[in-house]
Design a protein around this ligand. Structure first.
Ligand code: ATP
Ligand code: MG
Length: 561
């Protein structure tokens, strides 16, 4: 690799502030014989992708981009048991949505079954693999422990020709599931249990979603994965920490089979999010038990869930960048993810007024049939987002929580005798309120001061609070889904958490200003003082708009800069 290229690349890496231990390892490799970087993202198509996978996607595609290399998408579909094309499609969609492109490099590990079989035959011929008749239980008992070596299989010294014949008969379906396995012949006394003659092929009379009934023997993950990487000439096989102890076995296969490109496995720590269970098993159970609205329920941290909720791909990429990669396991505060979402939305999202929990306000001195069209900016700082006209009238909806019968000190909103500014309109003073027979406040009465019109305010009057409002005759009723954490801590639960029954609260009676009419699925708005909202892509219609709250406005996370 020429020096100029190396220099520009290193600059890019340090300039973007993304230098991490993986970059250092790759930089070392590039100083030697290696002259390209080729990575892959290898999902198993047995569920939907989640935010943890996004970290791996950003890392693998990001490395390829940084080093001017390539990144493949490879479905690791070697296990016939639980895979499905529904998952293949959703995974492709999610990666594209995140903003990454595998171009023409879409592969399926099952396409390599024949090649894997040949590799196994090669190992047998080299005397490095044997057919074993031990049952799973016998093998478990002979495996030894961390402190004691294992015992060699009585079938370990079968001749090459006998092994070749038996392996072929395995392939031909002459044996039942579990009757025989093919094992690598390595070292039963290795201190690394993964090296103790691991099984590399098992018999499973099962239909594969892509290969059909062609095979009744299937390769084990530890054998298949390095071969898949080597076939695709992957240079750096990035995976998570639980595979660290498997690396010697990975290297053993790569060396014994003698591929032209020897991929290097590098492990990094998985993403964990506070109070969030990420595993596919848990997600699948929620979906199958009907506790959530499918794999893309906006409470789930699946990529399709957070997409439907309204998170942007930019915010996910920013988040993955910010958390970085390391080998140390840690838990990232969920608030940091939300911070990235707010940071991305804050300058580009138009602000509208919507009242989540409405109560009627009557401006008693405002003319009964008068309507004013007030011009209000669509964003307090971003002028490019323009302005809109909002109708103002005698009867408005305001938030129930903006009025208090007996306010505490420092309540700068409404109570009898107190003044507040109505956003983009006038200062009003509360004069009275009405209660129903249950003591619930149903109306707030105010008077307005015509001299305080926004932008003109010839009165010179100032007030501490500004509240949002929606004109009653013009209001558009919508449904707003408000979310909380999907799980709550419970010491007695299997994984420490149980489903939170309050994780979804629907504000059924939300009232929006009329400019919201015509909002399309996935349109995003800031509801003034109430958070960021996105039109739901599943249930929203032109007549009945449904919003998902993406995130509230207040952050508990402070970035460290
Ligand atoms: P899960 O544990 O959620 O079921 P998985 O590891 O079985 O996920 P795969 O389809 O095998 O899912 O994962 C594809 C890639 O994504 C792998 O390289 C895996 O290491 C990576 N990955 C999975 N979970 C995380 C995570 N939480 N953080 C970072 N990378 C992850
Ligand atoms: Mg997996």
């Amino acid at each position: 690799m020429d020096n100029e290229y190396m220099d520009s690349r290193q600059n890019e890496s340090s300039l973007s502030g993304t230098g991490n231990f993986i970059h250092s390892l790759i930089n070392e490799d590039l100083k030697g014989e290696l002259n390209k970087v080729h990575t892959r993202f290898p999902p198993e198509p047995n569920g939907y992708l989640h935010i943890g996978h996004a970290k791996s996607i950003c890392l693998n595609f990001g490395l390829a981009k940084l080093y001017g290399g390539k990144c493949n998408l490879r479905f690791d579909d070697t296990n016939p048991a639980k895979e499905d094309t529904e998952f293949v499609n959703s995974i492709e969609e999610d990666i594209k949505w995140l903003g990454f492109d595998w171009e023409d490099r879409l592969f399926f590990a099952s396409e390599y079954f024949e090649k894997m079989y040949e590799c196994a035959v090669l190992l047998i011929k080299k005397g490095k693999a044997f057919v074993c008749d031990m049952t799973a239980e016998e093998m478990r008992n002979a495996r030894g422990t961390l402190n004691t070596p294992g015992t060699e299989s009585p079938y370990r010294n079968r001749s090459v020709s006998e092994n070749l014949e038996l392996f072929e008969r395995m392939r031909n379906g002459e044996f039942k599931d579990g009757e025989k396995t093919l094992r690598a012949k390595i070292d039963m006394s290795s201190s690394n249990i993964n090296m103790r003659d691991p099984v590399i092929y098992r018999i499973a009379h099962m239909t594969h979603h892509a290969a059909g009934d062609k095979w009744c023997i299937y390769p084990m993950y530890d054998f298949a994965h390095p071969i898949e990487d080597a076939i695709e000439e992957i240079t750096h096989s990035i995976c998570t920490m639980e595979f660290e102890d498997h690396r010697p076995l990975y290297d053993w296969f790569i060396n014994e089979i003698d591929f032209p490109v020897k991929p290097r496995q590098i492990e990094f720590a998985k993403l964990n999010l506070s109070d969030t269970i990420m595993g596919k098993r848990f997600l699948r159970a929620l979906v199958e038990e009907g506790k959530v609205d499918g794999w893309n329920d906006p409470r789930l941290i699946t990529l399709s869930g957070i997409r439907r909720r309204g998170y942007t791909p930019e915010s996910i990429r920013k988040f993955c960048d910010m958390i970085g990669v390391s080998k140390a396991n840690s838990v990232v505060d969920f608030a940091q993810l939300e911070y990235c979402v707010r940071e991305d939305l804050k300058d580009k999202t138009p602000v509208v007024m919507a009242v989540l929990d409405p109560i009627k306000m009557v401006i008693t001195n405002y003319p009964e049939d008068s309507i004013e069209m007030l011009e209000i900016e669509n964003h307090p700082e971003n002028e490019q987002l323009g302005k809109r006209k909002v109708p103002f009238s005698r009867e408005l909806y305001i938030e129930r929580s903006d009025f208090m019968e007996e306010p505490p000190k420092k309540f700068f909103r409404l109570s009898v005798g107190k003044e507040v500014r109505l956003k983009g309109a006038y200062i009003v003073c509360c004069t009275d309120f009405v209660k129903d027979e249950n003591g619930v406040v149903t109306e707030v009465h105010c008077t307005y001061d015509p001299e305080t019109k926004s932008g003109l305010n010839s009165s010179g009057k100032k007030v501490k609070g500004t509240i949002h409002w929606v004109s009653v005759p013009h209001a558009v009723p919508v449904k707003a889904m408000l979310y909380e954490n999907l799980t709550i801590k419970d010491e007695n639960a299997e994984n420490g958490y149980v489903f939170n029954p309050n994780s979804l609260v629907a504000a059924d009676n939300c009232m929006c200003e009329p400019s919201i009419k015509g909002a399309r699925p996935m349109d995003r708005f800031q509801f003034m003082r109430n958070g960021y909202f996105c039109v739901d892509s599943k249930h929203s219609t032109d007549e009945n708009i449904v919003f998902n709250r993406i995130v509230s406005l207040k952050s508990s996370f402070k970035p460290n800069i």
